[in-house]
Unconditional design. Structure first.
Length: 90
């Protein structure tokens, strides 16, 4: 199975949204696709809002739309953008 690196920018609904809780839920939901959270970071956006940037080891045979659709159902998530997608070698 080929693995790709999928990098997503997850925007919260407000500045009060718990990004750690979102990260935990992302990890849980990725198991459905046999994907793994590789890393995450918080990126300041504006007005105290921070985006959650996650890097995922994603099965290349799966559609990236599947990831976005699944993660959009997480409580506190406003939107998700795909920042990067590439094949992983190693």
């Amino acid at each position: 199975m080929s693995i790709a690196v999928l990098k997503l920018k997850i925007m919260p609904e407000s500045s009060d949204t718990n990004l750690d809780a979102i990260k935990t839920e992302v990890e849980k939901r990725l198991t459905k696709f046999k994907a793994k959270l590789h890393s995450s970071e918080q990126e300041p956006v504006a007005f105290g809002i921070k985006a959650l940037i996650v890097t995922i080891a994603w099965p290349e045979k799966e559609s990236t739309d599947s990831a976005v659709e699944e993660l959009l159902h997480i409580s506190g998530v406003s939107s998700i953008d795909i920042i990067d997608y590439r094949r992983a070698f190693g």
